[in-house]
Write a protein that binds this ligand. Sequence first.
Ligand SMILES: *Cc1c(COP(=O)(O)O)cnc(C)c1O
Length: 243
Amino acid sequence: MSDIINNLNIILHRMEVACRDSGRDPNEVKLLLATKTVPADRIKVALEAGQTLIAENKVQEIKEKYKSLQSVPHTNHFIGHLQSNKIKDILKYDISCIQSLDRLDVAEKLQQRLVYEGKKIEVLIQVNTSGEESKFGTHPDQAIELVRAVSRFSNIEIKGLMTIGLFSAEIEKVRPCFRLLRDIQQEVIAQNIPNVSMRELSMGMSGDLETAIQEGATIVRVGTAIFGQRIYADSYYWDETKA
Ligand SMILES: *Cc1c(COP(=O)(O)O)cnc(C)c1O
């Protein structure tokens, strides 16, 4: 378990260096622990070490770990593909932000359910900035339209944008993805849409968090570099054809 603490310290250091190098205040950038496939006792180690923000990709996994994690204060986000038939379920688990909203029909159903339950929820709009067909997220050209449409749902509070960068060892091919997300953010801000905040840019993971921070990330989502390699291929969580 001490591997988790060591890894956490390395990540926090990488974040700090990246902030310093790009002239940013380290307090502007939050660390989110991506906990898919990680057992609750290992997540607890990170929470007990002072981390507060975690996120799952599957409602089933939230459900399985929910009780075990209740003894440690923390905030839950959701970063997986949200299916309409899971909306009712996901609202049972104190998720404060769904980072992966990318479809109007899902937003519509979410709004209906929120009204029914008398709740509100924060969301980020997920944008597919890499152009990879297998990735979730709205097309960059349709992002602003989606933001505008979702902004009309009074129980849904848009707080920013999320993306998964291109998978590439060549970081300069990943950077344009993050830059595109920031450009969209700036365009949305310029349009001054009521009920829309663009405070958060959730981008950057284990391999590319420095680049994301340089390009303006306010939330980096890290799994592997803290908890170790996962046994499932990421396609299990990310590929539209398999999810
Ligand atoms: C798994 C996951 C991450 C973390 O990826 P790592 O490479 O393990 O750091 C970030 N974002 C999303 C949406 C994920 O599913």
